[in-house]
Write a new protein. Sequence first.
Length: 131
Amino acid sequence: MRVESLFLLGVGVFFGIIGIIYWFTSYEDGGTMMLLGTCALGLLPGGYYFFWHRRMGNSRPEDREDATVEEGAGVVSAFPSSSIWPFVLGMGAFLVVLALVWGIWLLVLGVLVMVVALTGVTAESRRGGRV
């Protein structure tokens, strides 16, 4: 995860510097906060990946300088089957956000949909198939 962490840390540092320069040249709050938010979106996962890279070492072929292409070949991983539950969870979260506009009654419906979606995705992952 060395390459990924350095890339994301570089993105975070770049947008942090640009955000500081932008603040001192424009004194505009909105753009500065968006640039600093982008800086955080680079630094947070980059720091997390860098932490795990330091903890795990160079166990992946992608992280070693002397690795060959053949070492990285093989089965990549098992991918989950398609599921409706992430969509249902997103719809529940959308209803929760709409509750800020339309009223607290919509919050109850949104939380209910999210609980059903979380229950469904948990049951589906434990059973290994469709629910």
